[in-house]
Design a protein around this ligand. Sequence first.
Ligand SMILES: [Fe+2]
Ligand SMILES: [Fe+2]
Length: 483
Amino acid sequence: MSDPTAVDYDGMIPNNVGLNADPRLRRALERWHPGYLDWWRDRGPEGFQENLVYLRTAVGVDSEGWAKFGFVRMPEYRWGILLAPAVEDRKIGFGAHKGEPAWQEVPGEYRAMLRRLIVVQGDTEPASVEQQRHLGHTAPSLYDLRNLFQVNVEEARHLWAMVYLLQKYFGRDGREEAEELLSRCSGDRDSPRLLGAFNEATPDWLSFFMFTFFTDRDGKMQLHALSQSGFDPLSRTCRFMLTEEAHHMFVGQSGVGRIIERTCAAMRAAGIDDPTDIERVRALGVVDLPTMQKKANLHFSLTLDLFGSEISTNAANAFNAGLKGRYLEDQIGDDHLLVDDTYPVLRLKSGHIVAERVPALSALNMRLRDDYIADAESGIERWWNRIIARAGFDYRIRLPHVAFNRRIGEFAAIHADPDGNLLSAEEWQRRHDQFLPTTADNRFIESLMRPVTEPGGFASWIAPPRAGIDGQPGNFEYVKLAR
Ligand SMILES: [Fe+2]
Ligand SMILES: [Fe+2]
């Protein structure tokens, strides 16, 4: 008989990993759980913990179970541990072990490398929740407030997913790493998150939408690369996480799209033909397109740094070991070994940016970054620029050059404008206000951040969505606020 006083972990934690039949794992999770709840209360969304929120919960990985909608108080959200179904006879698809059976246990020789990959991915998940924790107070609608919280609980579930791997497969040091994931904090001076972009502030809703468009898309690329892993539990975990990641990017691309739509409509109504007539546009209470461009410049360049150095032996080692593949590795038609291949990398050579072919294994970060850029670019064209073009304005949001505003890799030491022209330090000083949001820009955006809390209402600067969540009507009360 089971202990009647014990928490029913199968009921409380939706899972398909046999939690109740694994006492060692259960004990580890039971020890970690209270600290997790403290983290959620202290560093998760500020306020709203007692409000009912219309959230999607994944209780299984089949089409029935992965999206259950209902009203929940966030601390009572059922964070689950869910792996995509096992692929029978799965083989390692790349690197030195290509063709061998996928690992169901940690390969001893790669233990440290694998743990590091999981810890770095795991660290980003709670970081974004911490970055977004103040936004609830300025939400432009209940619909958006709900979407913010949905993203937050899912990022927290992604933390669970990585903690599961650490606790299940890495013994004592895995448990220590799981604790550390709760003790580092975004932006903290002494104990920051591991990666730069996850220590930046997300002060307003435009930043939030840009973050979910650009930075969650880095998450998508990393999860894709890890979903190719020869370590099967990591692969299966990441495959399921990708279903949630898609929603985060939807929040970003539709969020920015709705701001653009509102701006274009307001300019039309006011008879403004020139989108760069910033003062007149701002006077309408909407965000001018040049400011949107600056925000995109900022978030894109910060996110590129997440891909690491263009030339990287770590990336080569992880690939060779069969731990981290390329984007859509299983759909690429080459030998998946890359020992004789080359790949073009942008480098700085005597003051010029040139493409240089380097051994493909050492250029895997660059390749993932290129795939990322193509993905982001197509999102911008299909969503944002289409809205601007349909409204009849001659303006395009463009991605800046990869050399622009970088802190990591080949271009960290130089300055470049968004077109990739190199600038002296003085020129950069003089001109960076044209490329990146200024204090005045941020202050203007901040001035728009006034909460709208009546059901069906939207702030002046953002258009309503085309459709509600889960088919709900326009005036649906996604978050029940005490009035
Ligand atoms: Fe995530
Ligand atoms: Fe995400």
